[in-house]
Ligand binder design. Structure first.
Ligand code: C2E
Ligand code: CA
Ligand code: CA
Length: 518
């Protein structure tokens, strides 16, 4: 069965909703886990960096104390202060050497005593700190140099780079740390970079020292986030995926239930499953009582409810607009079933379909009728469209064109349930009405209510004067039949002659009658 565009769209919507409700908890869950993991990593990086700053400050405090101690000696001859410098090296942890400066020149060191080397303040970040990859004595060992100056006097204290590396690698083995002074930086592997350091790719944090001009950068390498999620949140991730599946399945199940319980989608389902079938009620000639045609009455062959009467579902079908494709399907099915037996029907055999007012506002009806007629040998049958007087078609340019074309095709129009509505003469003309079908309520009054006969009589008179054919519906008794025949009513329809028949029964009767006549 081919899916219509509307159905395809509906299925796409349903599918999209199920996918969305599956993905939503998963995406949301992954989002929360990633956010939580990033936050945890960032907190860890910050805590590690802060601890490192604390330790580096402690180290530099020793350099500061050593410098404070020797600065007052600056300017004095080296051989007099050399010992004082060495004392600081011995007493202060982390300190590697202590040097005195006079007029921007190192003139005395704890290492060599008298020594001459110019000092370039520009090497020092804010004139205070210099991270060196090595010096002429130990070119491969990084060192951190702290500088103090007062007027011409100055003190320079160098710290072992090894202690920096120890702090960087021992505080937290999982967090990457970098000690940075200006553009120079050193990592836990002891490599000194002299280009501005790039932040770490995951949870990058920079904590500057408040006391000394350096900063500590912390963070994690690429892929740490995913490894962290795997290590900490795998169970939670699985739970969110499970919740997504449950939510998707629930939405799918609810949708199915809703669509099954929605009446119009149930009609749509029935239409797709071709459950609407024709029943045919013969219309007999008033004089001979021979079958002159049949009215096609829709039945719903419901899979569990059995055969459903049209008055139970036609109003809903009209309301939802499904009546149009339902009628089209009924016409096609009727043509398919009857066409092979068309030769058993008298030429000009009438086949009437009930058409809702809604259907008359589209020119598609012309195509439906053309297709129906093409299913039969030419001139074999007369197609009659029954429009109920209860719900009159509102005339418009489209209906005008529609009824003109239908007339040109030889399609006839019957005004159904005549006497129950308010059609006017101009209405009869506008829609080229050929037959009036007297409503069964008037027929039922024959013999029961003396007042009804004048109404019935005047309807019959009117149709004669207007040159319209007349059909009496709901003939149940012989008395009614006789009365109507006497009044010259051309066509009769009712249980007296036949109830609506299944297509099989109808065809059997038509074929039998044909054989009896020939
Ligand atoms: P309707 O067009 O007036 O159809 C005649 C109804 O009277 C049919 O009821 C028929 O079974 C019933 N009937 C026939 N002879 C007698 C009789 O002697 N006594 C009594 N009491 N009833 C008789 P049915 O088949 O239940 O259809 C009811 C209505 O549903 C129809 O009234 C028509 O308005 C609507 N309908 C049926 N098929 C279609 C359809 O394909 N399209 C549309 N739009 N409406 C339809
Ligand atoms: Ca009818
Ligand atoms: Ca009727």
């Amino acid at each position: 069965m081919l899916l219509t565009f509307k159905q395809t769209r509906k299925w796409t919507h349903r599918y999209a909703l199920v996918v969305l409700s599956t993905l939503l908890p998963v995406v949301l869950g992954i989002g929360i886990i990633i956010w939580q993991s990033s936050r945890s990593l960032e907190l860890e990086a910050r805590a590690t960096a802060e601890e490192a700053v604390r330790q580096f400050n402690l180290m530099l405090d020793n350099a500061l104390l050593a410098a404070d101690a020797v600065l007052p000696f600056a300017g004095q001859p080296c051989d007099q202060v050399e010992l004082a410098l060495r004392e600081q090296v011995t007493r202060r942890p982390f300190v590697r050497s202590v040097n005195l400066v006079w007029n921007n020149e190192i003139y005395c060191t704890s290492l060599f005593g008298t020594f001459k080397e110019p000092v370039d303040a520009a090497n020092y970040n804010q004139g205070v700190l210099w991270l060196m990859p090595g010096n002429p004595v130990t070119p491969d060992q990084p060192l951190l140099v702290y500088r103090q100056e007062r007027d011409q006097a100055g003190a320079i204290v160098s710290l072992y780079g090894l202690h920096l590396i120890n702090v960087l690698s021992l505080i937290n083995p999982y967090t990457q740390l970098m000690f940075a002074v200006g553009n120079n930086s050193i990592d836990r592997y002891g490599v000194v970079h002299i280009t501005p350091p790039a932040p770490y790719p995951v949870a990058p944090v920079t904590v500057p020292s408040m006391q000394y001009p350096y900063r500590v950068m912390a963070g994690f390498t690429e892929g740490t986030l995913w490894r962290f999620v795997q290590a900490r949140y795998l169970g939670l991730l699985a739970l969110f995926i499970f919740l997504g599946c449950v939510s998707g399945a629930t939405v799918g199940w609810l949708q199915k239930r809703l669509s099954l319980s929605s009446p119009s989608s149930e009609l749509q389902r029935a239409l797709d499953a071709e459950e609407f079938i024709p029943y045919l009620q013969p219309v007999v000639r008033g004089n001979t009582k021979q079958w002159a045609g049949a009215e096609v009455l829709m039945r719903w062959q419901h899979p569990t409810e059995g055969l459903v009467r049209p008055d139970l579902f036609i109003p809903l079908a009209e309301h939802s607009g499904l009546i149009v494709p339902m009628t089209r399907s009924l016409m096609r099915k009727t043509a398919r079933l009857l066409a092979p037996h068309a030769n058993s029907m008298a030429p000009g055999f009438h086949l009437g379909f009930n058409i809702s007012a809604h259907h008359c506002h589209s020119l598609e009806l012309i195509e439906d009728c053309r297709e129906f007629l093409q299913g039969f040998p030419a001139e074999r049958i007369k197609l009659v469209l029954e429009l109920t007087e209860r719900e009159l078609v509102v005339p418009s340019a489209v209906t005008h064109q529609l009824f003109a074309q239908l007339r040109a095709m030889g399609v006839m129009i019957a005004l159904d349930d005549f006497g129950t509505g308010h059609s006017s003469l101009s209405y009869l003309r506008e829609f080229n009405v050929d037959y009036l079908k007297i409503d069964q309520s008037f027929v039922a009054m024959i013999g029961a209510d003396a007042l009804s006969s004048p109404i019935l009589d005047s309807i019959i008179d009117l149709s004669t004067k207007l040159n319209l054919g007349i059909v009496a519906e709901g003939v149940e008794t012989q008395e009614q039949s006789d009365y109507l025949a006497l009044k010259g009513v051309e066509f009769l329809q009712g249980y007296l002659y036949s109830r609506p028949l299944s297509p099989d029964d109808f065809i059997t009767s038509v074929v039998a009658q044909h054989q009896a006549q020939s």
